[in-house]
Design a protein. Structure first.
Length: 137
């Protein structure tokens, strides 16, 4: 498997490391270097969120608030977007699970419209029930 994130974690590829421990690796996104966007990922190659174990998820997400506070202090941003995308059709080119933390500034285009266009409550309830029915036992 040839994974640029695994090579970064192994020190075989340059990375601007924000944080790392035995389970988690966080570095600046090289694709959007001006964005102050940080990618947080498991050290182990996990292709996507469906493969992430609960302990690994705990290790990954416990680092997020501290990194978010660091981004806020460093950039003075007004907010933060947190997202994870799976698959080529989501624009992913590296298939090593990573969470994007990117600062949001007043007036920039990343701010979501609010209130947006939402389905009616019965439709939301139906979707919630359908997802709940399909959760892991
Ligand atoms: Zn990898």
């Amino acid at each position: 498997m040839d994974c640029v994130f695994c090579r970064m974690i192994a020190g075989e590829e340059p990375a601007s490391i924000v944080y790392e421990d035995e389970a988690v690796f966080a570095a600046m996104d090289i694709v959007q270097p001006g964005s102050h966007k940080v990618l947080v990922m498991p050290r182990r190659h996990v292709a996507d969120i469906y493969e992430l174990g609960e302990d690994e998820a705990g290790a990954l997400f416990r680092t997020v608030p501290a990194i978010a506070r660091g981004i806020k202090r460093a950039t003075g941003c007004s907010g933060l977007n947190l997202l994870q995308s799976n698959g080529a059709d989501a624009g992913q080119t590296v298939f090593h699970l990573h969470v994007h933390l990117f600062p949001r500034f007043s007036g920039d285009g990343i701010v979501f419209d609010w209130p947006g266009d939402f389905p009616a409550r019965p439709e939301l309830d139906r979707m919630a029930e359908e997802i709940a029915r399909h959760l892991d036992a």
